[in-house]
Design a binder for this molecule. Structure first.
Ligand code: FES
Length: 328
């Protein structure tokens, strides 16, 4: 039996909060189940769900449990006092027994099907997709090494559960005490990529940058990552192109003017072309649209080089000049 899907859209579910647990300092896990105990739509490691927090706030959280579990979705949320308020709202308003609207799982961070060996690097709350990946790798008996960095043991969620894994791989913890001089030596770990090995990483901005720099010599297509927060651009990096542009709809020939302070997604929705959005930050891929002509100023953190010649995320990306012809 499968969970009843929201009648207005087959993309959302109304689930019950069965359990909330404190997993580490500032980190709670939330277990969502169907009201009648039926199975939930399946997911694969690396998938996330949109959680409708209330007041129109929607946030994306990676599923952290084993994809073999069909009876529940587990997320873990770090309360970020400097965030946009979504994580604080989750901590402060969601209670056991509540009914919460969530999307069906989507995956922009899949394990590569051909991997025979995997390195997982997790920084802080970036452990959530990595934990799900470790479960899946265990189930598939694929060799992996997981490194989990946190300030200290009291900040590391799911320690006992992760230590209990590691049948087909190894899980090691690195606690730096908050001292930049004690950071995990990621460069050494990634120094010699072994053939057929894939790397996955997720964590806060500095951690992501360190992983990116340390893996630049890895073979193309072997490095995979997911940001959970839009990275802060360095002053030396290019600013997004400002100014308006024209977006043409291929199916109708209609030309839309996108204003300088308007996103392409907003312009499309205002003109009656329904484009679903979620993160509004170029992180989740929900608003991905194919384009047929034009030069795009890609401002997302989700599309890879193989996708960018054909797709754009219309919540943040714009024309780099001229007209964009959209496959709508
Ligand atoms: S809404 Fe998430 S990438 Fe556009």
């Amino acid at each position: 039996m499968n969970a009843i899907v929201d009648s207005t859209a087959a993309t959302h579910l109304e689930l019950v909060v069965k359990q909330i647990r404190m997993e580490a300092n500032g980190v709670n896990s939330y277990e969502f189940v169907s009201a009648d105990g039926s199975n939930l739509p399946p997911f694969t490691a690396g998938a996330h769900i949109d959680v409708h927090v209330g007041g129109g706030v929607i946030r994306q959280y990676s599923l952290c449990n084993s994809p073999s579990e069909r009876h529940r979705y587990m997320i873990a949320v770090l309360k970020d006092p400097n965030g946009r308020g979504g994580s604080a709202a989750v901590h402060e308003t969601i209670k056991v027994g509540d009914r919460v609207r969530v999307s069906v799982p989507r995956n922009n961070f899949e394990l590569h099907p051909g991997s025979t060996k995997v390195v997982l690097l997790a920084g802080g709350i970036g452990v959530t997709p990595m934990k799900s990946m470790a479960h899946q790798l265990e189930a598939q008996n694929i060799e992996y090494q997981m490194y989990y960095c946190a300030k200290g043991p009291e900040y590391a969620a799911f320690q006992a559960e992760l230590e209990g894994l590691a049948k087909s791989g190894s899980v090691s913890f690195h606690f730096d005490g908050g001292d930049p001089g004690n950071k995990l030596d990621i460069s050494s770990i990634l120094k010699n990529p072994k053939g057929e090995c894939d790397l996955y990483y997720c964590g806060p901005g500095g951690f992501m940058q360190a992983c990116k720099e340390a893996s630049e010599h890895w073979p193309s297509g072997s490095v995979h990552f997911e940001h959970f927060k839009a990275p802060v651009k360095k002053e030396t990096e290019e600013c997004p192109i400002v100014g308006g542009f024209i977006a043409e709809i291929a199916s109708t020939g209609e030309k839309l003017e996108v204003g300088p302070s308007e996103s392409l997604a907003e312009a499309l929705n205002n003109a009656g072309y329904s484009v679903e959005t979620s993160c509004q930050s170029g992180l989740c891929g929900t608003c991905k649209v194919r384009y047929l002509k034009g030069v795009v100023d890609h401002q997302d953190f989700i599309l890879d080089d193989s996708e960018r010649p054909d797709f754009l995320t219309c919540c943040v990306s714009r024309a780099a000049g001229g007209t964009l012809l959209l496959d709508l």
